[in-house]
Design a protein around this ligand. Sequence first.
Ligand SMILES: [Cu+2]
Length: 143
Amino acid sequence: MKREDCPRLASVTHPTDRDSTSTRRKTTNATYGLVLVAAFALACSGDGGTGSCGSGGSATSVTVCDRFFAPSASPVTPGATVTWTWRGAEGHNVTFEDGQGSSATQVSGMHSRTFPGAGTFRYRCTIHSSDFNTGMVGTVSVQ
Ligand SMILES: [Cu+2]
């Protein structure tokens, strides 16, 4: 959802302001209005903005934000599967230094790779970093 699609809360009008004859209908519609406002608020806070994209990630559940991975360091044990979930607005990819298990460039969806053995697996978004040291990079450390 793009930020421009988010409705202004002030534009959400109360549908029953003109209807003063039925108190039962008024209560029902007021509840419906509150649910609508809550739904819009959720939709707007979950977009690709800079504020909340990186929250909620973990070593095995990495969020792909605009220009960064969150978290960028994933310490895991052998056999672990790491899943990347796209939440940014731009296209990104997960490309591994070892050339295996990389993703396509995408703007949404998920990608997973299982790491059976120990090792250090560096990855980057090829669009937003020129090497595995700087820019949009991350590391899975299996030990
Ligand atoms: Cu990128």
